[in-house]
Design a protein around this ligand. Structure first.
Ligand code: NAD
Length: 472
């Protein structure tokens, strides 16, 4: 077995939102280590290798400049999975783990088919001793599955051996590079102290030792689910308070200030909004619900499920109030949606509130123009067609949607603007000029607290703002 500090080759399976940025930062901070990121999706690999850095498959502030620095030096993107596995000392599994859509646990449990196939490929092609790191978010006890697959092969080939570690990723999209460069903590779970030490030494290139938490495998796997459950719970909590504010004349921004300044609560993650999105919160909460039910903890399952129920209600609440304010019908009305990504500074639309809200408004007969600075029209098309089987344009109602980056076209003759993503450029729009192009009465539905209510009042715009019970 190699010396812990001699581990020089890392392979990462999965060149997605986690694999790409995580390995880019690791390569940048560990010049003596060679990292290869492999993916089954050849076109994704090609995009990571493309000359045009504005075309990377993942948009993250600061990512392109790191890729420029390390790509071709000690960071490589490839689809030659066999070669990358056979040469690696450490292999990170950073593949997708979406919610199962059919079979046992459908709608709740994670689909581990990509993790399982990663383990099988590693078992086939690894050579010598390999440390296998679970980077994907997985149900508790998944390491057991990986271990069983790897050990089975190890028994047939005495030259192979494996250590399995859990090292969940806590980055948030939109701030991934900063989160990776300055993590609150790095979590390593396992029971092989040598392997834990080896992985820890890699992080110690840029993370202080005190921030590296070492636990057993199951605590590490559960901590990732628990962290996302707590974060999602805060969002549903503040959204629930926001709804009460709207009914009572209170203002959720003031309530946030008042409760957030209590150190026991803290000010972060307390912004009311259109409901959480992203690939993780819903999936990990569903996983938690499934896990709790599996162990017969039905009250625990119901508790976490309620966070999700509130989140779905929040999205539909917004669609419903748009219909109500626009005299109960959207037929023949033009509505503009500003922001389709699930949050600012990412091109990720997975589980974005904009998908559900747009679909609901289309069903009401609206004509919808969609804007987003980073999401492509093709992505929006895929999202709106998902589970529908046909283009929303062809549905029974007369509704349709189109994509535009031209604000004049977007605002012209619009009845309402709905702000769903907190992109910086929306904050600095020339609202006076653009709202003047709208049909009267003109509405703005601000689910991200972007616009200035006084300015809107002076412009004669009717405003609904999330959690604001003080507007007339
Ligand atoms: N996105 C986030 O913010 C975030 C944060 C923390 C943790 N996570 C977790 O990290 C994991 C990955 O998430 P993501 O957002 O990067 O997913 P993603 O869908 O963006 O990327 C996963 C990639 O893995 C590839 N892949 C699947 N099977 C493969 C295989 N056998 N070999 C090689 N490549 C393979 C897919 O083609 C895809 O490109 C998930 O478990 C997720 O829950 C995500």
């Amino acid at each position: 077995m190699k010396n812990k500090a001699d581990l020089k080759k890392i392979t990462c399976l999965g060149a997605g939102y986690v694999g790409g940025p995580t390995m880019a930062v690791m390569a940048d901070r560990c010049n003596s280590i060679e990292i290869t990121i492999v993916d089954l999706n050849q076109s994704k690999v090609d995009l990571w290798n493309s000359e045009d850095l504005s075309n990377l498959p993942v948009f993250e502030p600061g990512l392109a400049s790191i890729i420029k620095k390390v790509r071709g030096k000690n960071l490589f993107f490839s689809s030659d999975i066999q070669k990358a596995i056979s040469e690696a000392d450490i292999i990170f599994i950073s593949v997708n783990t979406p919610t199962k859509t059919s079979g046992y646990g459908a709608g709740f449990a994670s689909d581990l088919k990509w993790v399982e196939s990663s383990a099988r490929t590693i078992a086939n092609f690894a050579t010598g001793h390999t440390i296998v790191v679970e980077k994907s978010t997985v149900p508790v006890k998944t390491a057991e599955v990986i271990k069983t697959i790897l050990n089975y092969n190890q028994n047939y080939d005495a030259k192979k051996s494996f250590s399995i570690l859990s090292n969940p990723e806590f980055l948030a999209e939109g701030t991934a590079i900063n989160d990776l460069e300055n993590p609150d903590r790095v979590l390593i779970g396992g029971n092989d102290s040598d392997a834990i030490e080896s992985l820890s030494l890699i992080y110690e290139h840029w993370v202080s030792k005190e921030k590296i938490i070492k636990t057993n495998l199951w605590s590490s796997e559960l901590s990732k689910l628990a962290a996302n459950a707590f974060l999602a719970q805060r969002i549903s909590s503040i959204n629930a308070i926001g709804a009460i504010c709207e009914s009572t004349g209170a203002n959720v921004r003031e309530v946030k200030l008042a409760i957030g300044s209590d150190k026991r609560i803290g000010e972060r993650f307390l912004n009311a909004g259109p409901g959480f999105g992203g690939s993780c919160f819903q999936k990990d909460l569903l996983n938690m619900v499934y896990l709790s039910k599996y162990y017969g903890l039905n009250e625990v399952a119901n508790y976490w499920e309620q966070v999700l129920i509130l989140n779905n209600w929040q999205k539909s609440r917004i669609s419903k109030l748009v219909v109500d304010k626009l005299f109960g019908t959207l037929n023949g009305k033009k509505i503009a949606i500003l922001g389709f990504a699930f949050k600012a500074n990412t091109n990720d639309t997975r589980e974005s509130s904009a998908i559900k809200i747009t679909k609901e408004l289309l069903t009401e007969g609206a004509e919808i123009v969609i804007h987003d600075p980073k999401v492509t029209k093709d992505q929006i098309k895929k999202d709106l067609e998902k589970n529908e089987g046909k283009d929303p344009k062809q549905k029974e109602s007369n509704s349709f949607w189109w994509f535009s980056k031209d604000y004049e076209e977007i605002f012209k003759n619009s009845d309402a603007i709905i702000i769903l993503t907190e992109w910086e450029e929306y904050k600095t729009l020339n609202w006076k000029f653009y709202t003047n192009l709208m049909r009267k009465p003109s509405w703005i539905f601000d689910s991200r607290s972007i616009v200035n209510p006084k300015e809107m009042k002076n412009l004669g715009i009717k405003l609904w703002r999330i959690g604001d019970g003080t507007l007339d």
